[in-house]
Write a protein that binds this ligand. Structure first.
Ligand SMILES: [Zn+2]
Length: 242
């Protein structure tokens, strides 16, 4: 509907009266800016149709907001979530990722300057466990350096002293949800031995076991993988082990 109108408008010849500009002052946006501080833009990474009422009910149960929650559809498959205050919003953002019907919920700060259809959501934080590191690499610096190669490091779960002994290094990273999940990296320490380190993502939603992308399942996958590139056991390059 919006696209049809836009195409129509691009062909119209406007009269002089219609072409007179309207200058809007800061009063015109004040209320939205104020309420926008408690708002998030949201997209569910799915190819299925979202039923707004079901989504509202689910989010209220999932997030248990202390001062209510409003969800409005602002563009096809794009939503605005308004919290009663900033504390609920902060808590929800800090505890991302969230899942709806096994699919990833993408959340982003309110972008008041944009028309909804210009807003693109693609970033999501994940906690990642990094395995197969030598003991001397269980450090904050290692977490930062490897995490930067996934995309962007938000946090490394290491105490003040800078070292965390354990089975894995725990790193919070920001991931581009439109790209393939990164399964591991080849790491060389101090020009010595090179080894593969493996990633395990916490709270991973459904994703495509064929191409490793988060926005569809294996049945919807457009990517054809040749038989020789398939992993021998599972038949697919990605799986629930990730
Ligand atoms: Zn796929």
């Amino acid at each position: 509907m919006a696209d049809k109108l836009e195409a129509l408008w691009s062909k119209l010849l406007f009269t002089e009266e219609e072409g007179e500009g309207i200058d809007l002052g800061s009063d015109s946006t004040r209320a939205a800016r104020e309420i926008g501080k408690n708002c998030l833009v949201m997209k569910i990474l799915t190819q299925r149709t979202i039923v707004l009422d079901a989504l509202r009910k689910h989010l209220k149960m999932l997030w248990r907001p202390s001062r209510g929650l409003l969800v409005s559809e602002i563009e096809e498959e794009l939503f605005l979530v308004e919290f009663g205050d900033g504390r609920d919003k902060k808590r929800i953002m800090e505890t991302c990722p969230w899942i709806y019907e096994k699919q990833l919920i993408l959340l982003q700060e309110f972008e008041g300057e944009r028309v909804p259809k210009e807003i693109t959501l693609k970033w999501t934080p994940f906690w990642v466990q990094i395995y197969n590191l030598s003991l001397m690499s269980m450090t904050r610096e290692t977490g930062k350096e490897i995490g930067e190669k996934i995309i962007m490091v938000l946090d490394v779960d290491v105490p003040e002293k800078g070292v965390q002994w354990g089975k894995y290094l725990h790193v919070r990273v920001r991931v581009d949800a439109m790209k393939k999940l990164v399964r591991g990296k080849k790491v060389t320490i101090e020009k010595g031995e090179t080894r593969w380190v493996f990633f395990k993502y916490e709270r991973l939603p459904n994703f495509c076991y064929q191409c490793g992308r988060l926005d569809h399942g294996v049945k919807e996958c457009a990517e054809k993988i040749s038989m020789e590139n398939r992993a021998i056991d599972e038949g697919l390059q990605y799986g629930a082990w990730l």
